[in-house]
Design a protein around this ligand. Sequence first.
Ligand code: 5GP
Ligand code: ZN
Length: 109
Amino acid sequence: MASCIFCRIIKGEIPSFKLFESDKTFAFLDIGPLSKGHALVIPKHHGAKLTDIPDDSLTELLPVLKKIANASGAVDYNVLQNNGRIAHQEVDHVHFHLIPKPNESEGLG
Ligand code: 5GP
Ligand code: ZN
């Protein structure tokens, strides 16, 4: 979708720190990280809410999320996925937040 910021990131029209790309999935660092390594994993298929995304895209996405969680080295982490304004969704292209939770000695988290 031409006006969607995450579709534009997938196309390379807006720069991002890319972590992973495959046929159906894209992952990059969040521009406003809640902790070091805060990543966003998204389906390439544009859809605002989880229920708009085809099953095959979701099937491919989850193992990618797992790989990135492993690669981050985080022992503890949150996976968040917001749907709709009341649920705090700001960007209307489905995205899974992966938010590593550092030890207290490592600072923010
Ligand atoms: P939401 O509140 O919709 O679940 O989260 C949207 C996330 O997208 C936020 O954490 C925000 O920092 C991130 N974000 C918004 N615009 C950009 C952008 O242009 N580039 C990157 N890398 N992240 C973005
Ligand atoms: Zn989009």
